[in-house]
Ligand binder design. Structure first.
Ligand code: GL5
Length: 801
């Protein structure tokens, strides 16, 4: 949009006055944020209105992305960038003497997700809008987001994330779009006057989902899509006194708080209520919208695509069946054909413990009509497939089995497309996790490698680098991220390489300032910034990184005179509150940091910074400053990873196992520009099949490793007598489930290589450039375009080169 700076400043002054009855000079950054947000929302309101009008006029096919998590990050800068008014607004506020950065950082960062999965959903929303694709988000408006992490005596403590305390300036409550979701009670089918069998409900617990819509602004294309988040409320029409306190609490709880665990199926009934709540509300609103313009259900799958982001929204399958059967009198076969043609499913993990199943008794009691439908899906599946694939295979893969409702199997059976998120992951789905279903439905399986929103992770998070890129190759890469490839022509341009280094140092200064001010740790800006930012999980192996830190520490102590290339090791990681082992690793790393950072003999050769409360906003600060991107999961365990892509596009070199999308990153940027090591997925599976992994062998043959492990239990690292023993035992007594010791030697060797290579600035910057130049292919724009073409059959406007 076009915006004149003078008009903007006048509008802003008036907005502050109208909202708060004060002058700008008397307003706080939070008031400025709210006023600015209101103003921007108003500027964008025509785009938002026209976007949905256009989609309806064109009778465009709509895609609905169902996700129990969305991690959008702060929206102010992103909206301004996408509207094309970032500089105008920044300059205008500057002239008013206001601190733009401070205003932006007053915005709460909505923690409506745990990690990669939720962030991916937000990146895809941004790309759908930027491609001009009719894409809608559907999720939950949690009253409290992912907990705020603080450290007390090195231990993780979880505080509530009260992100809605001052309201959310971007949302619009749409009370008139509320619907009704039923839980519990009794249900039976009764013949109606028109001869149709329809369900009759009795004694149900009803909940009113109220949608809050957030505009998702596309990049320079006048498109604003909608992300719809549902909040659970008491149905208004009923006599309120009818609800007892327990019922009120049950309703309130549904959207009260996000489950803070991304690797374990939380087998609790509240989670199932959350899942059905937003699945049902979303499907009801889709069907209502569809029938505004269509007379029969026949066109449904040609006009609607519903995407199931991981298993959490799988109940959209029986819910759509329920609506078609019970409310539109569709015969079963037709309803099923429409449902399968509408649904598609992405799997995001091969970890068994994350595959959701629900005890049938619980499921049936909470969702009696939905259970009947799942039972019928199960019965028909068995009937159709047993003659072809045999009872054993069908038994293993049916939606119901072992007293459980198996969500992943239901998702595969009820969708026309099933995808993994990196080539290796998709292969493992076919070969291992979903192998029997792959045999039954081979045509459904496909890969869609993840992508990231380069607007947020490069254009916004790293403006100095983006401007430098513009100065060399112009701005077309901002629309077509793959064109960033042309930067590689400058790999021998010393001046450019020096500028690349200067940008990195500038970004390091910003980060160092934060670390000093917030954590009281002074760090050098000429050190290697070695970064591992992701959830804390044993398979991600923050422990392996810690072993290297101990090695570096002991080396400095042993050889005080030795020349050392200075390093700062960064961690950002939350542990699920119930994940005991992960919390022990946090405590250990904090204790190690305490030891290293305060040891005079170490000086500033080595520092360890565990940044508390890692999330999107801290990622935007840390990633642009990174030299090394630690992607060191046990091969086969990380489905894709996305921090690997964000770090790469900001010029960090990957220190990586051949896991998830690391493989694709290495292939894109060239092996010579990354540091790869460790067991491959085949090696890991080999150990599993033979059952011959013996961690002790690696320990026995490596005295350095022995000495390092001793520090966990001999008091060298103070204050971790319990945690140190637990970690030590996990490696030696319980045979190192994630092959840390097997990968140790090669990992250390690569770390030493990194220190050596870092001294040759030119070569280092060339490697960094190779990563930046190859990163365009990991833009979410391409990923979403592939989903649109191959899975959703939804067109988009932007011509992507
Ligand atoms: C995850 C995987 O663990 C990541 O490897 C993947 O990049 C991400 C998005 O596909 O999905 N699965 C999951 O439950 N979370 C993830 O980050 O939280």
């Amino acid at each position: 949009m076009k915006l004149d700076e003078t008009k903007f400043t006048m509008d802003f002054i008036n907005e502050v006055k109208a909202t708060y009855a004060i002058d700008v000079k008397d307003s706080s950054p939070l008031e400025q944020l709210m006023a600015l947000g209101n103003l921007i929302k108003r500027y964008d309101s025509s785009n938002w209105k026209n976007t949905s009008k256009n989609y309806r006029q064109k009778d465009a096919k709509q895609v609905y992305y169902f996700s129990i998590e969305f991690l959008p990050g702060r929206l102010m800068k992103s909206n301004l960038l996408n509207l094309g008014i970032l500089d105008t607004v920044r300059d205008g506020l500057d002239k008013l003497g206001l601190d733009f950065e401070k205003i932006c950082s007053s915005e709460p960062d909505p923690g409506l997700g745990n990690g990669g999965l939720g962030r991916l959903a937000a990146c895809y929303m941004d790309s759908m809008a930027s491609l001009g694709m009719a894409g809608n988000g559907n999720g939950i408006r949690y009253r409290y987001g992912l907990f705020k992490q603080v450290f007390m005596n090195g231990y993780q403590v979880e505080l509530p994330d009260d992100w809605l305390r001052n309201g959310n300036v971007w949302e619009i409550r749409r009370e008139n779009r509320a619907c009704l979701v039923r839980f519990g009670g009794h249900v039976w089918l009764q013949k109606q006057a028109d001869g149709h069998l329809r369900p009759v409900y009795d004694h149900t617990d009803d909940v009113l989902p109220v949608p809050y819509d957030v505009g998702i602004v596309g990049y320079h294309n006048d498109v604003t899509n909608t992300m719809r988040l549902w909040s659970a409320e008491l149905p208004p029409s009923a006599d309120q006194t009818f609800y007892n306190q327990a019922q009120r609490d049950r309703i309130d709880q549904i959207t009260e708080v996000l489950y803070p665990d991304d690797s374990n199926a939380a087998g609790r009934s509240l989670r199932l209520r959350q899942e059905y709540f937003f699945s049902s509300a979303g499907v009801q609103s889709i069907v209502r919208h569809y029938f505004l313009d269509h007379l029969s259900v026949n066109e449904f799958a040609r006009k609607v695509a519903i995407h199931i982001n991981d298993t959490h929204p799988t109940l959209v399958i029986p819910e759509l069946m329920r609506i078609l059967l019970d409310e539109y009198d569709c015969p079963w076969d037709k309803a099923w054909q429409l449902t399968v043609a509408t649904m598609s499913y992405t799997n995001h993990t091969i970890m068994q413990e994350a595959l959701e199943t629900w005890p049938i008794d619980m499921f049936k009691g909470m969702l009696p009509r939905i259970y009947e439908i799942v039972e019928e899906i199960d019965r028909r599946y068995r009937e159709e497939k047993t003659p072809i694939f045999g009872e054993n295979t069908v038994d293993k893969t049916a939606p119901l089995g072992n007293g459980q409702v198996r969500m992943a199997y239901l998702a595969v059976i009820g969708s026309h497309s099933v995808n993994g998120v990196a080539p290796l992951h998709t292969e493992l789905l076919k070969k291992d996790v979903l192998q029997d279903l792959y045999r039954i439905y081979p045509e459904r399986f496909n890969n869609k490698t993840n992508g990231i929103a380069s607007r947020r992770w490069l254009q916004l998070a790293n403006e100095p680098l983006s401007n430098l890129i513009d100065s060399k190759i112009g701005e077309t890469w901002r629309y077509n991220p793959k064109q960033i490839q042309t930067l590689s022509a400058f790999k021998d341009d010393d001046d450019f390489l020096n500028k690349l280094e200067a940008v990195k140092i500038e970004n390091k200064k910003q980060l160092a300032k934060y670390v000093d001010e917030e954590l009281g740790i002074k760090i050098r800006t000429d050190a290697i910034y070695d970064v591992q930012i992701k959830r804390l999980h044993a398979y991600k192996r923050q422990l392996l990184h810690a072993l290297e830190i101990i090695r570096e520490y002991l080396d400095i102590k042993d050889h005080p005179k030795k020349d050392v290339i200075p390093r700062v090791h960064f961690f950002g990681a939350k542990a699920a509150p119930s994940y005991h082992y992960a919390k022990s690793v946090i405590k250990m790393i904090n204790a190690l940091a305490e030891l290293v950072n305060n040891d005079k003999a170490v000086e500033d050769k080595l520092k360890v910074v565990f940044v508390p409360n890692y999330g999107v906003s801290l990622g935007e600060l840390i990633i642009p400053a990174a030299d090394i991107s630690e992607q060191i999961s046990t091969a086969s365990k990380e489905a894709s990873g996305t921090s690997n892509m964000k770090l790469m596009t900001n010029g960090a070199l990957s220190l990586a196992t051949m896991d998830g999308a690391n493989i694709d990153i290495v292939q894109a940027a060239g092996k010579e520009n990354e540091y790869t090591f460790g067991l491959t997925a085949d090696d890991v599976y080999g150990y599993y099949h033979r059952g011959d992994y013996h961690a002790a062998q690696f320990y026995d043959s490596n005295p350095e490793l022995q000495r390092i492990l001793e520090t966990f239990v001999d008091g060298t690292i103070p204050g971790i007598s319990t945690e140190g023993r637990e970690i030590y035992d996990s490696l030696l007594r319980y045979n190192d489930e994630y092959f840390v010791l097997a990968d140790y030697a090669e990992y250390v060797q690569k770390q030493k290589q990194i220190s050596q290579d870092f001294t040759d600035k030119k070569v280092w910057e060339q490697k960094s450039l190779a990563n930046i130049a190859a990163s365009g292919t990991f833009s979410a724009d391409y990923a979403v375009a592939r989903y649109g073409e191959d899975i959703w059959q939804v067109p988009y406007d932007r011509v992507l080169k």
